[in-house]
Design a protein around this ligand. Structure first.
Ligand SMILES: Cc1ncc(COP(=O)(O)O)c(C=O)c1O
Length: 401
């Protein structure tokens, strides 16, 4: 699968293309080709695939805020904030995010992916030991690779294993990296236990709250807020603004010293065009709505219970969902793709996750909850997933670990 491309000069120009075609053929044989499916603006599909958990991406207040900023500032930021200037919208969003996440300060990036690269680079040196949860998102894995720090994978959400890894490296400056609500399986990390082990060993805990912000915790402040750990000095938070907040962008939240360090040194901040002002303004409105929406959070929790019960009753392998993500096991990558097709034909968009997007190499349908979709449509869509399941998926019968 990972054949080297031919060395230029030793092959004809067309050799590049034939190598790429051979690789595509291998992916096709393994059921790993990906297809871009057109989405129309008035798409009537029921959304079980996106990450707009609270249905805020089209909320009238969000659209109005974005439209006003579009008029005031234009489409884009036109440069890095250090070069082109930093708008009042960016500064306001940062103080509102810091307040929502209960941290002293926050810095906004143009994506959650970049926020993770930035946080990891800021917290490590070549001598740091990085310990990544085995199910950590690809952006965290890529960030670890860029740091060039020694990196160990810890068994998923296993406090005992984490303690053993830290005990095996006494006196080493360590950073432990987890998600609070895992993006593919939808399970919650045992943050309190992991944090107390980190504290005992003097390790820093980096928590990606991408799928928890807006969905979990008081005021949607995330899993750390729910556990009473928000704002601890040995925890750094990252999150994306593209999921429950319905827009785009990312954030690193932590101490004022960390944020000052990022402004001075962070390459994804300094060498990247800032998040577009209309998006910043729209996300501010979404954050305000999310913070006041306990009812939307309750709706997500209720739908998670409803969906798990129906999927179980259909004989499908699904674990209890801690937030807005449900992970339904598929027998193979090809079966996952074949399952997603009739779902779409019946008007339901589902996420089809296959390696390398799955942490454990097992393919699944990833179903998400969008509280903006009428509840009866959501229930009907879950029933479509059950009815279109291949027999082998019904016999799977085992919840994801
Ligand atoms: C856990 C996690 N972290 C980071 C990201 C990256 O965020 P963004 O899409 O804003 O780059 C994602 C989403 O794709 C994610 O699921």
């Amino acid at each position: 699968m990972n054949q080297e491309l031919p060395h230029p000069g030793s092959h004809s120009p067309s050799a590049w293309l034939s190598t790429l075609e051979r690789r595509a053929e291998l992916r096709r044989a393994a059921g790993l080709r990906r297809t871009l499916v057109t989405r129309d603006a008035d798409d009537q599909l029921c959304d079980l695939a996106g990450n707009d958990y609270l249905g805020l991406s089209r909320h009238p207040e969000v659209l109005a805020a974005a439209a006003a900023a579009l008029r005031d500032y234009g489409l884009g930021a036109n440069g890095s904030r250090l070069v082109r200037g930093s708008t009042a919208e960016h500064a306001a969003l940062e103080s509102e995010l810091a307040e929502a996440l209960h941290t002293p300060a926050a810095l906004v990036y143009s994506s959650g992916y970049l926020a993770n690269l930035a946080a990891m680079a800021a917290l490590t040196s070549a001598r740091t030991l990085l310990i990544l949860d085995a199910h950590a998102h690809t952006s965290l894995i890529d960030a670890a690779r860029l740091t060039r720090a020694e990196t160990l994978l810890a068994p998923h959400s296993d406090p005992t294993a984490l303690a053993e890894l830290l005990e095996g490296h006494p006196g080493r400056r360590a950073v432990v990296v987890i998600e609070s609500l895992y993006s593919v399986d939808g399970d919650c990390a045992p943050v309190a236990e992991l944090h107390s082990i980190c504290r005992r060993h003097g390790a820093l805990l980096l928590v990606d709250e991408a799928h928890a912000v807006g969905v979990l915790g008081p005021g949607g402040g995330g899993v750390l807020a729910a556990a009473g750990l928000a704002g601890e000095p040995d925890i750094v938070v990252t999150a994306t603004l593209s999921k429950a907040l319905g827009g785009a962008g990312g954030v690193v939240a932590g101490s004022a010293q960390l944020i000052a360090h990022l402004v001075d040194t962070s390459r994804p901040f300094i060498f990247d065009t800032a998040l577009a002002p209309p998006v910043v303004a729209g996300v501010r409105a979404a954050l305000r709505l999310a913070r006041g929406s306990e009812q939307l959070r309750a709706e997500v929790a209720l739908r998670a219970e409803l969906a798990v019960a129906r999927l179980h009753a259909g004989g499908l392998g699904v674990a209890a969902a801690a937030g807005g993500v449900l992970s339904v096991l598929a027998p193979s990558a090809a079966a996952a793709t074949e399952w997603a097709t009739p779902c779409r034909e019946h008007g339901v968009a589902v996420g089809c996750f296959r390696p390398p997007s799955t942490p454990d190499k097992q393919s699944r349908l990833r179903l998400t909850i969008n509280a903006g979709v009428p509840r009866e449509h959501f229930v009907r869509a879950i029933d479509v997933v059950v009815q279109t399941a291949p027999d082998a998926a019904r016999q799977w019968g085992k919840a994801p670990a």
